[in-house]
Design a protein around this ligand. Sequence first.
Ligand SMILES: Cc1ncc(COP(=O)(O)O)c(C=O)c1O
Length: 425
Amino acid sequence: MPTHHRTIAASSIKPSPDLYDELDPSPRLLMGPGPVDLYPRVLRAMSVPIQGQFDPQFTGYMNQTMALYRHVFRTENQWTFLIDGSARAGIEASLVSLLAPGDKLLVLMFGRFGHLLAEIGRRVGAEVIELETAWGTVFDPARVEAAVKQHRPKVVATCQGDTSTTMLQPLAEIGPICRRHDALLYVDCTASLAGNAFETDAWQIDIASAGLQKCLSGPPGSAPITLNERAATAINHRKHVEAGIKTPDIVEGNGPIIRSNYFDLAMLMDYWGPKRLNHHTEAASMLYAARECARVVLEEGIDAGVARHVAASAALRAGLEAMGLELYGDAKHRMANVTGVVIPKAIKDSERVRAQMLNDFGIEIGTSFGPLAGKIWRIGTMGHVARKTNVLRCIASLEAVLRRNGYAAPAGAAVDAAYAAYGTT
Ligand SMILES: Cc1ncc(COP(=O)(O)O)c(C=O)c1O
């Protein structure tokens, strides 16, 4: 008997019989707001042997990952790398490194993740100004400019796509507004990157971060980030390096210390840069995953990938509407990778519908929170999942489940409409 079995058996805790079962997750088609199914190549990349982060071959992989993400973010920013942690790790790293206590942060809030930005801002001690627009809508740039003029924030933070409302904030005018008024712009593009156009440099975004688990079709646990020289200069002004790893060539700033060690972007730039500061042990398997996600996305081509997301959501939406369902939110500003569907009145138990989708068809669709709890379902068509077979499976299954739950969807209409949207009969 292996040692670990003996140790547990000898203790007073009775192991349940399934404790030693091998992992065997049931097959699922993940069509919620993320995470989604992985690109098979990403799964394979995670199983290759790890190396330490100072192995020259591994630093080569780190450099390649930086180069790949420059293309994904459409930027020439040298400082384009990964934060080890789920998407909010990228948000925290950005906000804690940019904002010292008392600094002003203006947050554009159009859903749950705007609240998250504001909450992280408050935790780092910033003076947070919340600008809100109704869920299901996005901001008019003129309103943003007026608020920036009035409050003169150091940082403006917004999501591009907020999965909670399925809305996509247009950004092309927000960056120039921030430049005009000398504010730094942070964008959370976790939910939208690689499924919707995103232009870091052309839109003058100073710092942006994402996660792997949406349109990049990787596992949650790595947050790609990019920052330009404006952001890097502001952050390096606050650079203080841990005593145990400081080297004589490191120049510290005289601004207030960044109040997180793990998320200190000043140290992280030196870790990813030529200094190779010994900051943390790189999450090697996550780096392999992130690198492969970017390779898959770039091989397809960003524009082709975005077009695939647009086609999948158009077909899904055509199918949903053919069932007589109402789509949620401002039609002009919907994300291309997640769709909100208003739960029809005839459905008495919306969670039963989701449970039947999962248990009878193996398909996960999303619920909602905040003001939308119990009002909409959210269906994702992201990354590897955003293709015709999955759209057809989802709407055919949903039609069957809705009919079993008292909603009379016209038989076959949804699949016909989705076929038509794809231009096939
Ligand atoms: C827009 C947005 N930001 C941030 C997050 C948080 O990501 P994570 O759960 O990976 O920390 C999500 C996750 O759904 C998201 O959609």
